[in-house]
Design a protein around this ligand. Structure first.
Ligand code: BEZ
Ligand code: FE
Length: 281
């Protein structure tokens, strides 16, 4: 049968051109992508102008990317795609702490800190004591777990977004649990902030009537030998954006308690246990 292009069999015709000796997984992914892409254009009857608009959008998305900025990941985030891929790849047993989006503001190599240390170096914001344990599915403490924490400052910026304003490593640090699995550090009650919205993704959000905000959260990367890597946040439950996170990162189980403790050494206390799933169940 001739394989000249025609509208009806468009995706099949493209996929039939694939070589015989290609990686089977790559064949599966590419043929599915072509099928869905063609189905999409047929469903919406994409016009030439709309196709040009999309090409221009993707071009601008690429052009704004740099060492510091990854607009394609941001696009994936706001379309809920990052959270979907995360969900597919991190199905955990009941009781294990859930994953959420990693985000662009983690910096490897943060300072190792001692339990009880204060990671807020700019003196801004409402102080908060973060306490809890790293435990396994049976509630047993995990010794030697590394807790890499990062959050925005009281103005809603990460230190890397304000290198000349904030002290280096502001609101960041790595803590290692002892035999009791406990962790404890001081920081700030985080605040909500907009994702970088001065590029094509920000424009797209505006066009589709969405705000660019994330509800207040603190990031945690928790690792321990023999356990699955946990990439997560804890969220402030009464935040205005808790039900409309622009990157869909909120999960009910990650909304942490924040107790107001004005008479205490910190203004807030947030207690949260991280439950790690084993690598080999
Ligand atoms: C963050 O929480 O740091 C973040 C996540 C996704 C996109 C932008 C920022
Ligand atoms: Fe964040």
């Amino acid at each position: 049968m001739a394989s000249y292009f025609n509208e009806e069999r468009s995706a099949e015709i493209v996929n039939e051109r694939m070589g015989r000796d290609i990686n089977p997984r790559f064949r599966e992914i590419m043929s599915s992508l072509v099928r869905h892409l063609h189905d999409f254009a047929k469903e919406v009857e994409l016009t030439q102008e709309e196709w040009e608009f999309a090409i221009d959008f993707l071009t601008k998305t690429g052009q704004i990317c740099s060492e510091e900025r990854q607009e394609f990941i941001l696009l994936s985030d706001v379309l809920g795609f990052s959270m979907l891929v995360d969900a597919i790849n991190n199905r955990r047993p009941a009781g294990a702490t859930e994953n959420t989006v990693f985000g662009p503001f983690h910096v490897a190599g943060a300072p190792e800190r001692t339990m009880g240390d204060n990671i807020s170096l700019d003196g801004k914001g409402e102080s908060c004591l973060f306490i809890g344990r790293v435990i396994d599915l049976n509630g047993a403490p995990i010794s030697g777990a590394k807790i890499d924490v990062w959050s925005d400052n009281a103005d809603g910026f990460y230190d890397v977004q304000q290198p000349n304003i904030q002290p280096k490593w502001n609101n960041r640090g790595i803590f290692t649990t002892g035999a009791d699995g406990r962790y404890e550090f001081k920081g700030i009650k985080p605040v909500s902030y907009p994702i970088p919205d001065d590029g094509p993704v920000g424009q797209m959000l505006e066009h589709i009537g969405r705000h660019p905000y994330r509800p207040a959260h603190t990031h945690f990367l928790v690792t321990a030998p023999g356990f699955q890597k946990l990439v997560t946040h804890t969220f402030v439950g009464d935040d205005d954006y808790i039900e409309s996170d622009t990157v869909f990162g909120v999960k009910q189980s990650l909304v942490a308690p924040f107790a107001h403790t004005p008479e205490g050494p910190t203004e807030w206390v947030s207690k949260f246990d991280f439950v790690l799933a084993p690598t080999h169940p």
